[in-house]
Design a protein around this ligand. Structure first.
Ligand code: PRT
Ligand code: ZN
Length: 292
């Protein structure tokens, strides 16, 4: 069957962005009644909606070809001793968080070395203990599926290793973040066995569209008028611009219209610098799609 099956999180922090990303690649889905399997309508890519924790196993078992999941989850499975590696095809940049060690406010634990021999509550025991071992620390892992932050208060652990984004959960539980072990974001993973060759062309097409969407998200189209004699300086000030297009301005022979795609974020500071170099009529517009 020449179709690609992608596993994404059914409902949770990554669901909306995962689906939105695939829809931005031009994929449309017929939603089945049980809502677990969505059939791709215009492009032969189907979705399986599951719990995020199940995605690595689904890829390892070859049930799906691709999966979108947090690097924290994929690495936990690989550090558990799974011999086959899931291949990370693209870092998708959303679902960002950090796996951090945190201790009670008055614990007296202030350095990684103090954690040697301690009990650490976490949902990521394999990842935590391997990252600690890399730093020369051996600690006992207490595996909890959720509510890790209450473990020290219950007396079942001395510290925790948990995902943090704003830090609110830690503060609410009187815990202090003492070290970041790992920075995570959502990524696109491929199953370990090679995708069958008849599907490879389809996979390449999907990846090309995905790259277009990921690049377009950062890119801006910049239009401005520039003095001919400042063109070189102005081009250098455009963040991540390659070859700008130049057009004559009939009303002013000393100036040209310049259009460029900037592949990096364009900030007010950039616009001020451009204006300082003589640019005028500066317009910055978002890019929706990009190919080639
Ligand atoms: O039901 P299912 O199993 O599919 O979902 P889930 O509840 O296990 O996962 P979900 O939706 O909570 O998270 C999915 C993924 O989002 C995670 O695997 C991470 O890759 C990513 N992510 C990003 C986060 C966070 N930010 C995050 N803040 N996952 C969890 N948290 C939790 C954290 O565990 C802690 O309890 O949020 C709390 C801390 O947040 P702050 O803002 O208080 O610091
Ligand atoms: Zn989960």
């Amino acid at each position: 069957m020449n179709r690609i099956r992608v596993a994404i999180q059914k409902s949770g922090r990554l669901s909306e962005r995962s689906l939105g990303l695939l829809q931005n690649c031009g994929l449309r889905f017929a939603r089945s009644k049980d809502k677990l399997y969505w059939y791709g309508q215009d492009f032969p890519v189907d979705l399986l909606l599951v719990r995020d924790d199940d995605i690595p196993r689904i890829l390892l078992d070859g049930v799906c070809d691709l999966g979108i999941v947090g690097q924290n989850i994929a690495l936990e499975v690989m550090r558990e001793g799974e011999e086959r590696e899931l291949e990370e095809l693209r870092n998708l940049g959303f679902g960002r968080c950090r796996l951090s060690l945190a201790v009670p406010e008055k614990s007296g634990i202030s350095s990684l070395a103090d954690l040697d021999g301690c009990r650490i509550a976490t949902s990521y025991p394999a990842l935590t203990s391997s990252l600690l071992a890399e730093r020369g620390v051996r600690a006992e892992m207490v595996k909890l599926a959720g509510s890790v932050e209450i473990a020290p208060g219950l007396g079942i652990a001395d510290a925790i290793s948990d995902l943090v984004s704003t830090g609110t959960t830690l503060r609410a539980n009187h815990l202090v973040e003492m070290a970041v072990l790992f920075e995570s974001s959502a990524a696109l993973y491929c199953r370990p066995e090679r995708v069958p060759s008849k599907k490879q062309a389809l996979l390449n097409r999907l990846l090309a569209r995905l790259d277009g969407v990921l690049q377009a998200a950062e890119s801006k189209y910049v239009m401005l008028h520039a003095p001919r004699d400042a063109l070189e300086e102005i081009t250098l000030l455009l963040p991540g611009a390659e070859h700008p297009s130049l057009m004559d301005l009939e009303s002013d022979p000393d100036r040209v219209a310049l259009h460029a795609v900037c592949r990096e974020a364009v900030f007010w500071e950039h616009l001020e610098a451009l204006k300082g170099a003589g640019a005028s009529a500066i317009l910055v517009v978002p890019v929706e799609k990009m190919l080639g």
